[in-house]
Design a protein around this ligand. Sequence first.
Ligand code: SF4
Ligand code: SF4
Length: 464
Amino acid sequence: MTTFTKYFLLYRIKDDNHLLINTFTGALDIVDDKAAKQIEEFSNGDLSAIAPSDPLFNQLKQRGYLFTEKDGEKKLIAKAKAYDDFLYDQSFCGEFIILPTLGCNLRCTYCFEDNDQHINLKEMSMEQLHTILDYISQVKKENHLKLKNKNQKLKIRIFGGEPLLPKNRNIVEEILRFSKANDIEVNIVSNGTLIDFYMDLLTEYRDVLNIQITLDGQKEIHDCRRIKADGSGTFDMICKNINKLIANNIRIALRVNVDADNINGLPDLYKIIQENGWDKSAHILPYASPVVDFSSQSTTTLEESELLDGLIRNGYKTDGSGIIKFVVSPCIGYLNQFFNPASKNNFCKTHYCGATSKTELCFSPDGLITSCLTYSGKGKHSIGHFDENGVYFDKNSYDKWTKRSVFNIPKCKECKYAFVCGGGCPIKALDQNGSMDDTVCSDIKNTIDLYVKKIIIKQLEKRL
Ligand code: SF4
Ligand code: SF4
């Protein structure tokens, strides 16, 4: 029986043109008014709307919208699932997130780690660290050929709390020494206030490292959000430290955590970036990421569609030609790939984030391993543990997290956005519904709608 895919979206462009999108295959096609009307009628069950003799019938079949074989689309989805399973079997952890401490010298207003953790004095021991480093060596050895064939390096992210607290120096130095000796990339996620204690080390190991520092806007905005324990601001100190890092040729990812309180202040931040000459520096890469609210009580966090709308209003260009070079967030980040013909990642999005795709592991000083950073050091939802003797995984929890995909979440199996969404955040699903399988939807529907209307259609209209 002839069927029409449920994975399609149709948008009007100028004149009598419409954009047809296949969210499963990634196909993009332009059709005229007449064809758009036929497609709508056909997909609503009126099979007479497109006769098999109509050239449109074959065109839609060839482009993966229309199926004449019994269960044609189901079979295709089954093949995609088999391929996804194959990729899962081939994959391995490529990024190890090490938290030397959860303690921090700042009290950022939106931090997902609560205050108890910031004054948590538990630190990772050298013995614990050596277990992790031994495990990384083992992963590298076991996947040596795959890494070589893909020209890929393993990565270590040093996270916290604030990883560059003076008391963590021995741990940080040991990670850098190990990484340089083993050709591993290091990303240090720091608040940028204690750089002086580490400048010698950062300079010595600059070839293998990148440091992420957050600046949330101009001084008045930043100093209301990224504050010390005594309530004072950090803007001046961070700007000074960024300039010192650049002077020492150390690469910086300059992050802006965006919500309703600072999104319209972005142009003022651009001025600061320009005044400091950071926009001309090869050592600094500004990017934006949304502030995420896990309590569901914040009034300032933005849905991804609101974030995209605000970013576009404030000069963000998806081709990276603005001051903000890219956005790190599940929906916008993937749509940038989906609509980019040069993107290497052309298989659909079946998993929502790194925590559900076997590619990241987080090690915290409490000896627990989690898949999602948000739960590191919180004593729950671990997928394994480690001590002086080794790394141990709980197979059930490990599989539950890393194999979570749109193929096994009941609600997602029926969703037309499934393969551009990936299944929503499992932490939100756990916190709000008590189960990772009863998902809380991402904002993909509104985000793709806005992305198409504000970016893709405008690009197409210039060409038509
Ligand atoms: S999480 Fe919601 S929007 Fe995303 S694929 Fe599942 S059902 Fe669709
Ligand atoms: S599980 Fe949710 S919070 Fe954790 S990494 Fe994934 S999207 Fe982020």
